[in-house]
Each structure stands twice: as C-alpha cells, then as structure tokens.
Design a protein around this ligand. Structure first.
Ligand code: ADP
Ligand code: MG
Length: 362
C-alpha cells in the first residue's frame, strides 16, 4: 500500500500561505493522489474537493475489499470458494451476485465472445499463475467443453442474500470485468463524498469524473499498441467529462514462445488468444448513465477485441438504437487505422506523428 502524503503536506503549506496572503482557495481544487497496486495492476486515483483525502483513502479501501471478494488467486475469496465448490451452490455477497448476473447478460449480448467461464482455458495458458505455456489442442478442446456462461446460476434467497452455482468442472474469472465494476462503485463513492472531480485509472479502465479544475475536459491518452512500453506513446487523445474509457488489447500481457506472441484475451470459440484485425479497443460511455456502465464497457472492450472491426461496429450500431450515444468506440486496426464512432468525433484527436490514419464512422 502506497499513499502519497508528500503532496498533501505541500498542499497544506500552500493553503496556509494563501490563507494569510493570497486569494481564498477554491475547495473544489483541493486534491489528493494515491497509487494502489491491486487487481494485478497499478491504479492511480486523484480526487478533488473538500473531502478529497478521505475520498481517496475510501477508494483504496473499496478496491481492496472488492479484490478480496473477486480475486481468483486469493484462496478465501468468494470467487475461489465458488470455483472450488464442484458445482454446489455457495453463498455470495451482493457484489458477486450482481457481477455474475451482468456477466451473463454481456455474454449473450456479445454472442459468447465475453464469457467468464473461459477461466480454465486462461489458466491452461498460464495467465493465472504466470507459468506460461502453449496447451495441446486436445487439452484445449476438453477444456472448451465446460465453457458455457449460461450454466452459471444466481439465486436470491428472499431475505436479501444470494447464492451462486457453476456447472461441475466450471470455474469463473472476473479479470475482464472486475476493474470496470470497481469503477462503477467509485462513481457511487464520489457521489457520497461529494467529490466534484476525479481521475481514476484502474489499469486500462479510466474514470474521468466531472471536469478538470479549469473547466476543460480530462485528457485520456489511448496507448499506441505498437509502442506498448513507451509512456505517453499515444495513438490519440480523448477529451472527456463524466465518462468511462476502457481499453483492451493484446499488447500488455503476453508471452512469447517459438517466435510467436500469445496474449491473455482468449477467444472462447477457439481456446486461443484472440486473433482479430484489431490491436486495441476502447469503449467510452457516460459514467452517470446507470450503475453498471463501467462493467459493461470493460466486458465489451474485451469482447470487441475478440470479435474484430466489422462485428464490433455492427455491435455498436445495434446498440445505437438504445439511448443516444449509449457508448462509443475507438478501434485501432492492424492495418494502421484508428476508427472512431461518431459520438467521439469532437472529443478524439489523433496524435500527430503517430502514423495512423483517422476514420470517423456513423
Ligand atoms: P485487462 O484485464 O488487461 O484490462 P481485459 O479487460 O480485456 O484486460 O480482460 C482480460 C482478462 O479477462 C484476462 O486476463 C482473463 O482473466 C479474462 N478473459 C480472457 N478472455 C476472456 C473472455 N473471452 N471473456 C471473459 N474474460 C476473459
Ligand atoms: Mg475487459
């Protein structure tokens, strides 16, 4: 756990100085920044407002609490107990119940591309324990027989409690949705603490809450997948207020064997790492729309990366029949295009010199 108090001390000093000599400090610009290593990634959260410090620390507690329930590698977590239950029902809390229910909806929405029961296949490739290997075809085929998110059961007991059950031999992995769900819960927390603005970066899941202190939108960089190790190597910049921006790609978590690269997003249709014509997918949506939008963006970014450009855009068009600009996409293609859906035409700028060409689609 790393909490940055240096900044707060400096800020306290500035505050005391300005209290004597300067103009009054706007409480909306009081800032706290923390870093949290959780859910297998580095997270950065900056909160503003009078209660910025307590909001930032409460954010960390919230993320750690969710991780302790949803992690597949912590033996005592609810997910681990569910995975170890051999198909028997297990008592689960409201968060896991909500996530399992949402995950099933997103599986159906994405025609099976997003499926949390792909867990045993993810493990066979070594991504759960970090012991990377290329599984044999027969091994993958046997594991794929158990992949079927529609078999996951969630039951409410009538007294506010929940239980969940998998089919025998199944296990679930919430790695493709948990950070988005955590971002949803941060929205609740920011409201509770009356945080006027915040920037939360949970790995590839960004929550741009409110606007920047000067009233301009937050600037969210979309990483250039061709330059994954370079900081500030962006394909473009999104200017966003009150939004989730969730990116999935195969360029950050992968291993190499026999000169081939294998990444961590598995196509449930083949058991192999997804091999579409996309190198990255960013899903952007209004974070005030409903209480599961972050989870949806997370699940859909994973699924669209698997599905490829055409199917992703078909999916986007299908969803446009719902509320206006329900979500929007930034797709980066293998052949060097950045495809941006209409709703982001004004807020996306291509990075000069990135070498990509920009296409706006409607
Ligand atoms: P990241 O976790 O790197 O932000 P994603 O949100 O795209 O990236 O999620 C990838 C993770 O989701 C994998 O590490 C694995 O745990 C899980 N996963 C892999 N393939 C699928 C899939 N087809 N459906 C659901 N979850 C998946
Ligand atoms: Mg995801």
């Amino acid at each position: 756990m790393r909490r940055f108090i240096g900044f707060t001390l400096a800020l306290a000093l500035i505050l005391s100085l300005t209290a004597c000599f300067g103009p009054p400090v706007d409480p909306d610009t009081v800032q706290e920044s923390i870093q949290v290593i959780a859910m297998d990634t580095a997270m950065f959260i900056s909160t503003y407002g009078k209660r910025s410090t307590s909001a930032a620390y409460a954010s960390e507690d919230l993320i750690r609490d969710l991780e302790s329930k949803l992690s597949r590698t912590e033996e005592e977590s609810e997910v681990s107990r569910l995975n170890a239950a051999g198909g028997q029902p297990v008592e689960v809390g409201p968060e896991l119940a909500a996530l399992l229910t949402a995950a099933e909806k997103y599986r159906a929405d994405t025609h099976g591309a997003f499926d949390i029961t792909v867990a045993p296949v993810v493990s066979a490739w070594g991504f759960t324990a970090g012991a990377f290997r290329v599984p044999a075809q027969e091994e993958l085929e046997a594991l794929l027989e158990k992949v079927d998110g529609s078999a996951v059961q969630v039951t409410e007991d009538g007294a506010g409690g929940y239980s969940a059950a998998l089919a025998p031999g199944q296990s679930v992995d919430l790695g493709g949705i948990a950070k988005g769900y955590a971002a949803d819960r941060l929205v609740d927390l920011f409201r509770e603490y009356q945080v006027p603005r915040a920037m939360a970066q949970l790995g590839g899941n960004v929550l741009a809450w409110g606007d920047r202190p000067d009233g301009t939108p937050w600037r969210v960089g979309v990483q250039d997948p061709a330059r994954p190790d370079e900081q500030n190597a962006f394909a473009g910049i999104l200017n966003l207020k009150n939004a989730f921006a969730v990116t999935s790609g195969g360029y950050q978590r992968y291993f190499e064997e026999g000169g081939k690269r294998y990444h961590h997003i598995i196509d449930p249709a083949t058991g192999y790492p997804a091999d579409s014509d996309l190198t990255s997918v960013t899903v952007v949506a209004d974070c005030t729309y409903d209480d599961c939008m972050g989870a949806l963006c997370d699940a859909f970014s994973t699924a669209f990366f698997i599905m490829g450009e055409k199917e992703a855009l078909d999916g986007w068009r299908e969803w446009q029949e719902g509320p206006p600009s329900f979500f929007d996409l930034v797709l980066i293609t293998e052949d060097g295009r950045v495809v941006v859906t209409q709703g982001l035409a004004e807020s996306f700028t291509l990075e000069e010199g990135s070498g990509y060409t920009l296409e706006i689609v409607s």
